[in-house]
Ligand binder design. Structure first.
Ligand SMILES: [Zn+2]
Length: 89
């Protein structure tokens, strides 16, 4: 991969560091508290969720959970592995 300059290089790495794709699990079967778990693409579960809704790309898990609430999910919890700061139960 080539960068056209220092500034472009900085921009690319900044985006990679801060933005992650988020998914909410449509099923609650795997959660002991019947919550819909939210995961990001750094998580080992991300590609294992069979039934999910894509929430978008965010810099933090709280924004992803806010979006999930907007879409009608009421019982939500951040994944303990990838969204530790949003993990409640
Ligand atoms: Zn996760």
């Amino acid at each position: 991969m080539e960068f056209s300059g220092e500034y472009a290089n900085f921009n690319n790495s900044e985006i990679n560091r801060t933005m992650k794709n988020y998914r909410v699990n449509k099923t609650t079967a795997n959660n002991p508290h019947n919550n819909h778990e939210v995961h990001n693409d750094s998580c080992s579960f991300y590609n294992l969720i069979v039934s999910y809704e894509y929430l978008g790309s965010y810099t933090n898990c709280q924004d992803a959970i806010t979006e999930a609430i907007k879409r009608g999910y009421s019982k939500i919890d951040g994944c303990i592995e990838c969204c530790d700061e949003c993990h409640k139960a």
